[in-house]
Write a protein that binds this ligand. Structure first.
Ligand code: NOJ
Ligand code: NOJ
Length: 571
């Protein structure tokens, strides 16, 4: 008895200490993260290494990995943070950077690139050279979250300027860029896309969620600017479809399936990032838009965090109510597969956002879905609504605040003295791994710290939405028959693998076995996404001996509907 009491007394201050570590870290890291982010913006950022004005480098790292490029996603995430802070009066020193960013995106949108030009899909290109020319090497493209994230940042800026009556700049300069992005999102949301980690070509929750958000914002801005009613109603119609599609990612196993392709568990920081990038406090804990405090998003968070507890050596020895370091997804092998700064911070941010809503609505609801999450903190809690006057509300919100601070403290414990935030944290010894001074890591620190302080970003219209799914265009597929003329010897078989989920994403282990019924023609029929660029190769497998076809990859674009047949000869 005495022994147990002593133990729990010892354990408690340990958990409380997380909050003081987080307090100290927020104070010391805030100016360093801000400076680190601005240092990566051209032309005058001290680490921007020749980036043109307003161009954001992902990181100054030039080898292993080379991140001296500008990604539309990373840049938009950084500028969302900058613009939010400006609009809320937290940091109004960045007008020059914002103006430069806007001017740079006018140019970047027009650069013809391997995804197309402005009118033919070029907005889906994920990254560019920092001198505003196209990056033409092989890459996972298109990535359709980019235009959505960029227009989220620019619409936030436009709304602020409109509140200051600066209508002409919004109409003449911002709207044309925003309209390009909105039209791209409205036209392409149901086409397949590489995910935000640039690996899987399918549909992706994060991408769909930010596309939904920006179409809603597009409806309001286009109306406010007096744009044609036909444009406004197209954004609205598409937004309604996207919201319907968003629901289909929920998985009865208790989490969001991050990508429709890829054959993974589907547990992925993609979903937590989606929740914080679509936070709208006015919507409360709405589950249709997967708000941070919605029961679906909380159970998803719980499943996501727990997937990393026993995965990384560095996470061993923590109780279920203690924070751990989290990564992109459990199957990740990039740079060895490690926790990331920005994903661990995203967990804290989702929970701080939740606390903002519970405290402002003065109640917290535990549903049968979110119960396992709340039981981490109180094993006897039951489903129900707890008012802020209840002891359950006080103890749950207190424990969740401490838990959230633990994620910030975990990041603090692995931040070097100069405050630099790399991309990853070694899964064994906690030292920084991969790209140094990652812009996105710094931006994540700033938004997490703001959420911890209770800062509420502007609403985007998530409140009061309902589903209206009749006539929804389901993503289209076509039937493709692959034929290859290949002479083989006894024991050899021909397999197919390629760039999309249905072609096993270049896997050799799960490559698709072909039929030799019409030997020497080997054949297989597969369902593929319509209107999609497909790359593929045949492989010859004989026991453990595997031979690829010679380069380059075979390639074609699937038609909009119907069937398609290839007639290839083994190379
Ligand atoms: C670089 C991408 O940026 C990263 O996300 C990915 O994991 C690796 N390439 C491997 O495909
Ligand atoms: C790899 C990440 O997976 C991707 O999301 C990011 O855009 C690039 N690195 C650049 O930071």
């Amino acid at each position: 008895m005495l022994f147990a009491a002593t133990l729990s007394l010892l354990a408690l201050p340990n958990v409380w200490a997380q909050s003081s570590v987080a307090d100290a870290y927020v104070a010391s890291e805030s100016p360093l993260a801000r400076a680190g982010m601005l240092a990566n913006i051209g032309p005058s950022g001290s680490q921007s290494l020749g980036a043109f004005p307003g161009i954001v480098i992902a990181s100054p790292s030039t080898v292993n990995p080379d991140y001296l490029f500008t990604w539309t996603r990373d840049s938009a995430v950084a500028f969302s943070a900058i613009v939010n802070q400006f609009a809320l009066g937290i940091d109004t020193t960045t007008r020059g950077e914002i103006d430069d960013y806007v001017a740079s995106q006018v140019i970047v949108q027009q650069i013809p690139n391997p995804s197309g030009d402005l009118a033919s899909g070029g907005l889906g290109e994920p990254k560019f050279n920092i001198n505003e020319t196209a990056f033409t090497g092989p890459w996972g493209r298109p990535q359709r979250d980019g235009p959505a994230l960029r227009s989220i940042a620019l619409i936030t800026w436009a709304n602020f300027l409109l509140s200051e009556s600066n209508t002409s700049y919004v109409t003449d300069t911002l709207w044309p860029i925003i309209e390009n992005d909105l039209n791209y999102v409205a036209a392409n949301w149901n086409e397949s896309t590489f995910d935000l980690w640039e690996e899987l070509n399918s549909s992706s929750f994060f991408t769909t969620a930010v596309q939904h958000r920006v179409l809603r914002q597009g409806v309001s801005l286009a109306s406010a600017l007096g744009q044609p009613q036909s444009l406004v109603s197209n954004y609205e119609t598409q937004a309604n479809f996207v919201l319907c599609f968003l629901q289909t990612y929920w998985n009865t196993a208790g989490h969001i399936t991050a990508n429709t392709g890829g054959g993974r568990s589907g547990i992925d920081a993609n979903t937590v990032l989606a929740s914080i990038h679509t936070f709208d406090a006015a919507a409360g804990c709405d589950a249709l838009t997967f708000q941070p405090c919605s029961d679906l998003a909380l159970l998803n968070l719980h499943t996501y965090v727990d997937a990393f507890r026993s995965l990384y050596e560095i996470n061993s020895g923590f109780a279920l109510n203690e924070a751990v370091l989290t990564g992109r997804y459990p199957e990740d092998v990039y740079m060895g597969g490690n926790p990331w700064y920005l994903t661990t911070l995203a967990v804290a941010e989702q929970l701080y956002d939740s606390l903002i809503v519970w405290n402002s609505q003065k109640s917290l609801e535990v549903t049968s879905i979110s119960l396992p999450f709340f039981q981490i903190f109180d094993s006897s809690i039951a489903a129900g609504t707890y008012a802020s006057s209840s002891s359950q509300f006080t103890s749950l919100t207190g424990a969740i605040k401490t838990f959230s601070d633990g994620f910030v403290a975990a990041v603090a414990n692995h931040t070097p003295a100069n405050g630099g935030l790399a991309e990853q944290i070694s899964n064994t010894n906690g030292t920084p791994v991969s790209a140094v001074d990652l812009t996105w890591s710094f931006a994540a620190a700033l938004t997490t710290f703001d959420a911890r302080k209770g800062v509420v970003p502007a609403s985007w219209g998530a409140k009061g939405l309902s589903l209206s799914c009749a006539g929804e265009p389901i993503p289209q597929t076509v039937s493709v028959t692959f034929n290859v003329d290949a002479t083989t010897i006894f024991g050899q078989n021909i397999y197919l693998t390629g760039s999309v989920d249905a072609l096993e994403n270049w896997s050799t282990e799960t490559a698709l076995p072909m039929s030799s019924a019409d030997y020497p023609i080997w054949s297989i029929t597969v369902t593929l996404p319509a209107n999609t660029d497909i790359q593929y190769k045949y492989i010859n497998i004989d026991g453990s001996a595997l031979t690829w076809e010679s380069d380059p990859n075979n390639e074609f674009t699937t038609p909009a509907s119907g069937t398609f047949v290839t007639h290839d000869t083994w190379r």
